[in-house]
Design a protein around this ligand. Sequence first.
Ligand SMILES: Nc1ncnc2c1ncn2[C@@H]1O[C@H](COP(=O)(O)OP(=O)(O)OP(=O)(O)O)[C@@H](O)[C@H]1O
Ligand SMILES: CC(C)(CO)[C@@H](O)C(=O)[O-]
Ligand code: BAL
Length: 385
Amino acid sequence: MTGLLRRAVPRGRRRRPLPFSNTCPLSLTGGFLSAPVCYLPPPIMPDGAAAPRAGDAAADGGGGGPGHAAAAAAGVTILSSVGEMVAARERLPAGTRVGLVATMGALHGGHLELVRRSLADTDVTIVTIYVNPLQFSATEDLGTYPRTVDDDVALLTPLLAAPADAGTPPPPHLLFTPTVAEMRPAGATTTVATAVGDAAANPSSEGASRPHFFGGVATVVAALLHLTRPTVAFFGEKDAQQLAVVTALARDLHFGTTIVGVPTVREADGVAASSRNVYLTAAGRAAAPALYRSLVAARDAWAEAGETAASALRAAVRRGVDAGTAASGGRVLYVSVADRWSMAEVDGAVRSAADVRATAPGGEVVVCVAVQLGAARLIDNIVLR
Ligand SMILES: Nc1ncnc2c1ncn2[C@@H]1O[C@H](COP(=O)(O)OP(=O)(O)OP(=O)(O)O)[C@@H](O)[C@H]1O
Ligand SMILES: CC(C)(CO)[C@@H](O)C(=O)[O-]
Ligand code: BAL
């Protein structure tokens, strides 16, 4: 049976209704990708990155707990194989505006805001949950990264199962939770390199602090864009350099996807919502507002007091974060004042606030900070605007 989709579009646009089938049985066999696989020698991983470890698959998104059954009952389709994902994407009618929200799970208000943006701006939303081993170094927290798939499904279900207008079938939103074995089969050797995330490009950046990281992110995001072919993909501004990397990736490799940055969702005291906040001790949590407080102070010094020296802005953020977190064991990993899209560090002066206000936007500068606070590695940033 075919129905017409008529979703409320709160951002001032009502799109042409699209036909969706509300009886859409999904292949459980992996579609055309279930063809025989040629096994190759063990994969070569990027420098410092951890290969998928035994046991990862059991802890990642595959399988289905009680939350999956509830989601299925509410009409949310959860897919765990690449073949199912490809087949489901193939079934969407031409012209469907598809939104992608890529996550590593342990969902919080930041993720849900991305999903809401996608639901408002596109016809069909695909949320992915995948803890990507390629973006963790051997000494990082791949093994302990919070995996809360049932809770995640429970949070997503009310959003993704929200009914369309009466009388029309709901849009076929999807949750894709592949295993490592599905996403990165034994023998996979190809990775995507990115100059925007390159440590050499900026020694005081997230890319330099986590040299393995952006190669892993670019590789998995390229695979997810390829599998889901989204019209728009939504990424959080909290991960400023990741947003720059993904924007360059989509543009440079002609994915035809628009990358949209979503403003950082914060707790009442300014702390950016983050899955790794669960690692904070009570003292660390009490100290964590120092990051955003220091960033806001630097932005105010630029906007209101005319401070344009990048070195002064960097020093002010470092001083503020040190003062707020050192007693709780906080250690500043880097402070960066960089072009928002190339991530090149600014050596001299940033454009003044008056100049930015008076002329066309462009050449935005972002101030980023990373802090190790006990077991939690926190990042945050503010754009000078
Ligand atoms: N507070 C937030 N506000 C808006 N978007 C966010 C926020 N936190 C994460 N995101 C975005 O959600 C997407 C998935 O991020 P991810 O699953 O790594 O969550 P995370 O909280 O950043 O995790 P971690 O604590 O491991 O860094 C990314 O695009 C990320 O930028
Ligand atoms: C973009 C991403 C899902 C790739 O694994 C991850 O880096 C994240 O959750 O920000
Ligand atoms: N939030 C980006 C994913 C990561 O830190 O591994």
